[in-house]
Every structure is written in structure tokens, then in C-alpha cells.
Design a protein around this ligand. Structure first.
Ligand code: SF4
Length: 339
């Protein structure tokens, strides 16, 4: 336990959802300094890394919670190869995901001089990862048996060290269980919190469509990088005959995202005179892949009434720009290439 200062610090796992917000607030109410950790991977919340300061300010302003980001992408990519507790309905290794995050938080305790950990888990709320027996497994495998406090349902759990040592009064904690959100919403209102994200969502591993794409990638490729995942989650995706990965933005927002993903060696394809997708080609500079990529850009671009079907397409690789003429791809050319 922390004996070096007058204050006790706890580290909280912070998803940004209402339960994690409330877990932080009810513990802070008892005079504990709560430092929230938000773990990020390319499967959830990765974009926050682009402006951590802004995110921290926003969360403090809205919820009075001091949060830091922690990138666990590399370890997470490894975990997805073979999660010991398996997957949920999609490609979501929820139990091992929790175990990994709680273990990481445990390792960060010394850095923050923290005495215990907090999560917003509520017994019985989620089918896979929040059953009573699963909560036990998570504590055991993250080696946090007596230091992991779940303040929203602590009364239904055995007392942790923080409660036994009198740092936390469990009688003043809420007693949530099951799937109903009403008690959480009522407690949030007492804290003056009304603007919080809807439950679930945000993790692409649990998304029925994107998770299939990711699972296929893990089955096909031996080495996967963070940039590969970022690429795969944006736009209309194709795997081209010479090994090229191609993505096409489906609207202006995705076009901007696609362009922002460009890495050295990637090829950007775009029509200079017609509105249409921005495309990014990776892992191939084979002329056939470039030509097919350009044809797909024309295929999904805006048609010109009574004008030619073909169009000029600019091809940008590193600093060099060239151009080629491309006809719109026909369905038989690409339906089997859709990812
Ligand atoms: S939904 Fe995603 S982020 Fe949440 S526990 Fe499961 S794998 Fe982890």
C-alpha cells in the first residue's frame, strides 16, 4: 500500500463509457486520487494518439477525470494470434483483452505510486466477460486478486485490500448488477453527467463486418503491422492479382483518411478532373495492379453525362507524379478481389 504521501492513488481502466466514468467518480468521491488509463490499439481509440492533450482536456472538462493514453498495439497484435480464452461472437478476445489491460495497468502502478486498480465492470452486464466466474478468472490471470476493485458491483464481490485497509468504504459504493442501465444513468445525473457515449461500439473486433476482414487477414498473413490494420479499416477494400492492397474512399471523409494513411512506397490514385474516390495502393507497384486500381477509381467515380467513360488518373508515388488513362473496371474484373 502507498505510505509515502497523505493521499492514496488508484489507477483506473478507462474505456470512456459510462461505467468507467462512474467507477472513477465514485472512488474519487472517497478522497482517492484517481488516474485513468485509456488503452489504445488500432482496433479501438487509436486516433486519439494524434492529439492526446486535447483528449485529456476534453475528458477532464466533461467528467473531471485525469486520463492518460497507453498504446498497447504490439502486444495486442500478438494476443490476437491465439488468445488463451478464445474469441467472442466475432474476432473479439474480450476475456484476454481485459486480462491484458488489467495486467498492463498493474505494471504501471509503481510509476504512479498507486495502491489499487479500478474497473467499471458490472457483474452480469456482458455475456462473455462479465459473468461472475469470468471476473474471477480475469483477476487470477492478471495477478490482481486483492488489488482489483470493481466499485460499481464491489458489494457482490469479496472485499479487496483497499476495502479491508479502510481506504474505501464499500457501504458507500453503488450495487449494480445485470444489464439494466437505469441505475447508472441515475447516478450519472447525480454527478451532473448527462453527455456520455452510448454503451458498446468503438471496438472493431466486435463489429460483424470488419471483424471478418480482420480474421481473414490474421489467417492469411504471418506478419501484421499496426499500419496494415489501419489500412484495412478504411474504405472499399480489394486484394489485387499481384499482391497489392487497394482501398478506395467512399466519401470525402474517407478520401481524406485514405490520403492520410499514405506511407513511403504507397501509391495514391486520383482523378484530377472528376469527383471520385481517392485510392491507396500498398505492397505492389506492378503496372497491372496500378492500372486495375486506376480502373476501379474511374468505376467508382462520378460519371460524366454524354462524356467519355474513361478518365485520366494521377498516380503519386513518394514525390513523383505521373498520369495514365483508365476505363471503368467491369464487375467481372474485380468482384472476386473484394476483401
Ligand atoms: S469489445 Fe473489444 S475492447 Fe471491449 S473487451 Fe472485447 S475485445 Fe476488448
Amino acid at each position: 500500500m502507498n505510505t509515502t504521501s497523505d493521499h492514496t492513488t488508484a489507477l483506473a481502466l478507462f474505456s470512456g463509457g459510462l461505467d468507467s466514468i462512474l467507477a472513477c467518480r465514485v472512488v474519487a468521491e472517497q478522497g482517492i486520487i484517481v488516474k485513468a488509463i485509456k488503452f489504445v490499439t488500432p482496433f479501438f481509440d487509436y486516433d486519439l494518439l494524434a492529439d492526446e492533450e486535447n483528449y485529456r482536456k476534453k475528458i477532464y472538462k466533461k467528467f473531471k477525470i485525469d486520463v492518460v493514453l497507453k498504446d498497447i498495439s504490439e502486444a495486442y497484435l500478438e494476443l490476437l494470434r491465439n488468445p488463451p480464452h478464445g474469441f467472442g461472437k466475432h474476432f473479439n478476445p474480450c476475456i484476454d483483452c481485459k486480462i491484458m489491460m488489467i495486467s498492463e495497468a498493474r505494471k504501471m502502478m509503481a510509476e504512479y505510486d498507486a495502491s489499487f486498480l479500478i474497473t467499471g465492470e458490472v457483474v452480469g452486464q456482458r455475456p462473455m466477460s462479465q459473468r461472475k466466474d469470468t471476473l474471477r478468472v480475469i483477476e487470477r490471470d492478471s495477478e490482481t486478486d486483492d488489488i482489483l476493485l470493481r466499485p460499481l458491483c464491489a458489494k457482490s464481490q469479496k472485499p479487496t485490500k483497499a476495502e479491508i485497509d479502510g481506504l474505501i468504504d464499500r457501504e458507500n459504493l453503488p450495487s449494480f448488477s445485470g444489464r439494466s442501465r437505469t441505475p447508472q444513468i441515475e447516478l450519472a445525473a447525480k454527478f451532473g453527467i448527462t453527455d456520455y457515449p452510448a454503451p458498446a461500439g468503438g471496438c472493431v473486433l466486435a463489429d460483424p463486418i470488419l471483424s471478418k476482414r480482420l480474421k481473414k487477414l490474421f489467417n492469411e498473413e504471418e506478419e501484421i503491422k499496426v499500419e496494415d490494420i489501419r489500412f484495412l479499416l478504411v474504405g472499399r477494400q480489394f486484394k489485387l492479382p499481384n499482391g497489392g492492397w487497394l482501398t478506395l474512399g467512399r466519401d470525402q471523409k474517407e478520401n481524406d483518411l485514405v490520403a492520410a494513411l499514405k506511407q513511403p512506397g504507397d501509391i495514391l490514385l486520383k482523378m484530377p478532373t472528376r469527383p471520385g474516390p481517392t485510392a491507396l495502393l500498398r505492397y505492389s507497384d506492378h503496372p497491372e495492379d496500378i492500372q486495375l486500381g486506376a480502373s476501379l477509381v474511374v468505376r467508382y467515380g462520378r460519371k460524366v453525362k454524354d462524356g467519355p467513360a474513361e478518365s485520366e488518373v494521377l498516380v503519386t508515388k513518394n514525390q513523383s507524379v505521373s498520369s495514365l488513362e483508365a476505363s471503368p473496371a467491369i464487375d467481372e474484373q474485380f468482384t472476386s478481389l473484394i476483401r
